[in-house]
Design a protein around this ligand. Structure first.
Ligand code: NAD
Length: 327
């Protein structure tokens, strides 16, 4: 990637997490990066190699605390807001904490950014905002009713961002991420995402468990496409491209059964025994939608977004990374 953003001071909230740490790695090459994280789900090892970099500052703090947000935005040009509690099941089990972090924490960082005069606020929105809409592909303007507390929080983020841009004039862009995967994504814990969870099962010679019959499909999106999208969102000077939301995806869908097939094939190149591991099927989870596929036309047209990695290309890189890092 070409690194079009230079010599800026960028706050990356949730910078020790999966997507945030990849953003830190990328933007620190040509910018000053401030990473704010409370390590609720992120890990110090994702950013440990940056600690001695003069262009990198870590603030260990919680976005639920307004004074922390105020201190973190001092002198900041751009904010890439990633901090949140992800996972639909987590929000079903504990909606109060998801709301405190994802809504109140979001409002704190947005308010502090507005007060500081931050030039642009780009935030992680979510495909979960499409809720029960069955329309495919997903177009930014056609959403349904949310299916989980998590989806409510992410939709509320969009409403606040829109109101703040209209009321206070801050430039905002929401990126509705679709099932992102790649290096640094945590394979552990009850709320792990499917790709790292499946990879870990295969590497441990355990059967991956699919919820449902495996015919549900997703627009799996490799992390480098997401980094590219964040850069495009910071880069645009087109007034028509800001104060809005964009699907952030590859624009293709893959069923879970197909995903398992590819993972098995790629991992078997490292360990041939993996080809004999069978999959198990379990019941469908609450809040899960059957199919997801993004239209990426809006981002292509207005942001010049051009995702380089297909699912298979991304999976190849991710599998190699997990093989080195999980073994
Ligand atoms: P992650 O859990 O790896 O990263 C989130 C980071 O936020 C973690 O480092 C965590 O410690 C930090 N954090 C959580 N609560 C905090 C708090 N109160 N104060 C400060 N930091 C806090 O998850 P991720 O997959 O990297 O997700 C990043 C963002 O993208 C989130 O907003 C998530 O909702 C959104 N998103 C992710 C996906 C995906 O597929 N991964 C899809 C849609 C949206």
């Amino acid at each position: 990637m070409e690194n079009a953003i230079k010599n800026k001071k960028i706050l990356i909230t949730g910078g020790a997490g999966f997507i945030g740490s990849n953003l830190c790695n990328y933007f620190v090459k040509n910018n000053e990066v401030v990473c704010l994280d409370n390590f609720a789900t992120g890990h110090f090892h994702n950013i440990a190699h940056l600690i001695d970099n003069k262009n990198f500052t870590l603030i260990e703090g919680d976005i639920r605390d307004y004074t922390v947000c105020e201190a973190a935005v001092k002198g900041i040009d751009y904010v890439l807001h990633q901090a949140a509690l992800g996972s639909v099941p987590r929000s079903i089990n504990d909606p109060i904490t998801s709301n405190e972090v994802n809504v109140s924490g979001f409002l704190n960082i947005l308010r502090a950014s507005t007060q500081e005069g931050v030039a642009r606020f780009v935030y992680a929105a979510s495909s979960s905002t499409y809720g029960d809409s069955e329309a495919l592909p997903k177009l930014e303007d056609v959403i349904g009713n949310p299916l989980s507390p998590y989806a409510v929080t992410k939709y509320v983020n969009e409403l606040y961002a829109d109101v703040f841009s209209k009321t206070y004039g801050i430039e905002v862009i929401g990126l509705r991420y679709f099932n992102v995967f790649g290096r640094n994504q945590d394979p552990n814990g009850a709320y792990a995402a499917v790709i790292p969870k499946f990879v870990k099962s295969f590497i441990n010679h355990e059967s991956p468990v699919i919820n449902g019959d495996g015919n549900f499909s997703r627009d799996f999106t490799y992390i480098d496409n997401v980094v590219h999208m964040n850069e495009k969102a910071l880069e645009t000077k087109d007034i028509n491209a800001i104060n809005t939301v964009y699907n952030t995806a590859y624009g293709d869908r893959t069923t879970l059964n197909e995903l398992i097939k590819y993972l098995k094939e790629y991992l078997s190149e490292f360990d041939p025994e993996i080809s004999n591991i069978e999959v198990k099927y379990d019941s469908i989870r609450d809040g899960d939608i059957p199919h997801s596929l993004a239209s990426i036309e809006k981002a292509k047209k207005l942001l010049n977004y051009n995702p380089k990695y297909s699912l298979k290309e991304g999976l190849r890189e991710a599998v190699e990374w997990y093989w080195k890092n999980l073994k």
